[in-house]
Design a protein. Structure first.
Length: 363
């Protein structure tokens, strides 16, 4: 999958800018604060309906304006696809091949994208919610039903939480049991999906990390479901825990059992990465995960997703940089941002200079 053209109107620091990309590696170079990340953000927004950085579309509008427009021409499975995303009067409008699209979820996943952002480092050092978000987002790209599962599960959580907080004590237990049944059913499916995805991604990222660290370090990733590494054990325990913890849940007015509290555990050479990994190692872990995801999507979909790498080269040693650039050579298209000091020796299809919201092609 690849992007052929991008046209931005009043998006971030772009007033009116057109870019034509090539297949292969496209480098966006420029000093800090010129608009390199904004380009990747626009593409990501167009493909997923979400910004990587903010929740409010308002922040994406060029200051002082009241709307933004993003147009992109893509190629996937030898077909051209034009996408538009408009935000005006606080409303989103998405068009596919010029036809308004009712539900964005019908479209998401048609063109896959893998985005490495420096913000992703929080996945290693941050709380479990970040890691669950990674898992769910990426499972969704391959299996859109996972979104519905999550939505249904969250609704049940919401209802159960309201019940736990309510002051009506009579019939509370039997009502909680009703919600627990659904929580068990939906939660078990979520656990299976996440566990299955982790198995695949863990194996691939282990191989990639091993290469990336010249065979020096071993990365292991485990999904911890209800505190268990063994998924069958977790699923067996699930109904028992729901029963056991009910009293405590009522006392504390909190839901204590379910996959909304699960985690992913990263280890380097058997030691917790969250506690011990250096900045460069964290970056390498996230990078290995993203490259593994790229391979998984390729295997499932038969085409490489679009790869967006933001500021990936800084803090990688020369060996790791070379490995990365080698790795992405066969990929159909990658967009990489960097400051000019990091210019790689690899063959580059297109080089762009980004300067105060203007983009010039250098080769
Ligand atoms: N809504 C906006 N309107 C106008 N300019 C913006 C807006 N949001 C961010 N910017 C500007 O965009 C620039 C940051 O762009 P970014 O792509 O993050 O830079 P970099 O090239 O370092 O990746 C900053 O100069 C910032 O002031
Ligand atoms: Mg940037």
């Amino acid at each position: 999958m690849e992007i052929a053209k991008l046209y931005l109107q009043n998006f971030r620091n772009y007033k009116n800018e057109k870019i034509q990309f090539s297949s292969g590696i496209n480098v966006l170079q420029g000093q800090n604060g010129q608009g390199k990340t904004n380009i990747l953000e626009a593409i990501y927004y167009l493909l997923t309906g979400k910004s990587y950085r903010v929740r409010k579309e308002q922040e994406l509008i060029f200051w002082g304006e009241n709307a933004f427009h993003i147009f992109g021409d893509f190629l996937a499975y030898e077909r051209r696809l034009s996408l538009e995303s408009h935000y005006l009067d606080k409303r989103k409008i998405v068009k596919i091949n010029h036809v308004p699209c009712k539900k964005l979820s019908d479209f998401v996943g048609t063109i896959n994208v893998v985005f490495f952002s420096p913000d992703d480092l929080i996945m290693v050092k941050g709380g479990p919610a970040e890691r669950r978000r990674f898992l769910d987002l990426h499972i969704t790209q391959l299996n859109s039903r996972h979104v519905h599962l999550l939505n249904d599960y969250n609704k049940v959580l919401h209802q159960k939480a309201a019940l736990l907080k309510s002051s009506i004590q009579t019939s509370k237990v039997s009502n909680i049991e009703i919600w627990n049944e659904q929580l068990l059913d939906l939660g078990s499916k979520i656990i299976r999906n996440r566990w299955r995805f982790t198995q695949i991604i863990a194996k691939k990222s282990k191989e990639i990390y091993y290469q990336l660290s010249s065979g020096e370090e071993e990365l292991s990733i485990n999904y911890l479901a209800l505190g268990h590494q063994d998924v069958e054990e977790a699923l067996h325990e699930f109904p028992i825990l729901l029963e056991e913890k009910m009293k405590q849940e009522i006392e504390r007015q909190m839901i204590l059992v379910g996959p909304h509290r699960d985690d992913l555990n990263f280890q380097l050479n058997g030691k917790s990465a969250r506690i011990y990994a250096s900045q460069g190692q964290q970056r390498s872990i996230v990078l290995s995960l993203k490259l593994a995801e790229l391979e998984v999507i390729y295997q499932e979909k038969g085409e490489y997703p679009l790869l967006l790498l933001d500021d990936v080269l800084s803090e990688l040693d020369i060996f790791r940089r070379e490995y990365l650039l080698e790795f992405i050579q066969p990929i159909r298209q990658a967009l990489i941002t960097m400051t000019s000091a990091e210019k790689p020796s690899t063959e580059i299809a297109s080089l762009f200079q980004v300067d105060k919201g203007h983009i010039g092609r250098i080769n």
